[in-house]
Write a protein that binds this ligand. Sequence first.
Ligand SMILES: NCC(=O)CCC(=O)O
Ligand SMILES: [Mg+2]
Length: 337
Amino acid sequence: MNRFQVFPDLPIGNNHIRPRRLRINENIRSLVQENKLQKTDLILPLFISEKGTKRFDIESLPGVYRTPYDDLINEIDGIKKLGIHAIMLFPVIDISRKDLLGTEAYNPDGLIQNSIRKIKETFPDMIIFVDVALDPYTTHGHDGIINEKGYVLNDETVEVLCKQSLSYAACGVDFVCPSDMMDGRIAAIRTTLDTEGYTGTGILAYSAKYASAFYGPFREAISSGARSLDKKTYQLNPANSREAVREAILDIQEGADMVMVKPGLPYLDIVTRIKSESEVPVVIYQVSGEYAMLKCAAQNNLIDEKAAVLESLLSMKRAGADLIVTYYAKWICENIL
Ligand SMILES: NCC(=O)CCC(=O)O
Ligand SMILES: [Mg+2]
C-alpha cells in the first residue's frame, strides 16, 4: 500500500480523500497557494545610454528601451511609483570608449559611476545592483582581457574587476554583481572593498552563469559583440549541474552575500539545488531571450501574456528563487500586481 491508498477498499467515486476540495474556487485556491509573486521580489534591469534625451527602443526586446542619462531621474521616479525598489544598471557605451582592456569600466567619471551618484542623490533608498564584467567596455565583447589567441586571462581580468568594483562602491552602489565567471574574483573583490573601507557594499555573485543562447537580444541592447560570441571557456556548460553547485559554494565561501542563477526558466533545477545546498539568498535572471520569446509569442496571439508571464515567474519562486531579475518588472507592476 502506498501512502495515497489510505482506503484501498473504497471504490474510486466514494473515496473521501479529495484534493480537489482545495481548488473549488478562487478564494480557497488563494488561501492554500504556496508561492506568491510580490513587487519586492523584482529587480528591474535598466539600460542607460550616454547620449540623447529620448527613450530609444530596443528592437530585439519589444517594450524595453534605453534610458538616456539626462532622463534618468524621471525614469527612476516612474519606477519607484510603480513600487519597484531594486534596479540593475547596464551601460550602453559608445564604441570610441571601448578598448582591448576595458579601461572605461573603472573611469571615475564613467556612465555607470555618474548614474549611481545621480540616482543615489535623489533616491537614496533605491537599491542599486551593478554588473561587474568587462563586456560592455571591450571592443571584442568578452567579459575579460584576452590574449593573442582570444583566451580570456583569469587573474589579469580579476585585477580589473577589482578596480571596477571599487569605483562603483565609491559612488555608493549597494551591490556589485560580478558576472564574468573568473575564478577567485569574489575573494579578490571582497578583500579590495574591505581594505578600502567599503565593508557595507554587498556582492551578488553570478555563480551559475551558463554559456547560453538566450543572451542574444541583450548583446544587441548594449551593443556588445556578436550575438553568438563563444564564452564557453568561462561560462558553464548547459549540460552540467554539479559544477554549478561547486561554483556557488566557492563564491559563498569567498564572501558572496547572494548568488545568481542565469538564465532562468531552463535552469530551475539549478536554483533548487543551490537553494538546498546553501544558506544565502538565491537570485534568478530571466534573461533577454526568455523575455523575447514570451513577448513575441504574445504579440502573435499565441499565448496569454499575463498568464504566461505570471506562470514563468511563479515557477521560479517555486523552484526556490528569492529574487527575480526581469525585463518584465515594470510591465508586471502595471498589469498583474
Ligand atoms: N550580465 C548580464 C547579462 O548578460 C544579461 C543577459 C540577458 O539578459 O540576456
Ligand atoms: Mg566561479
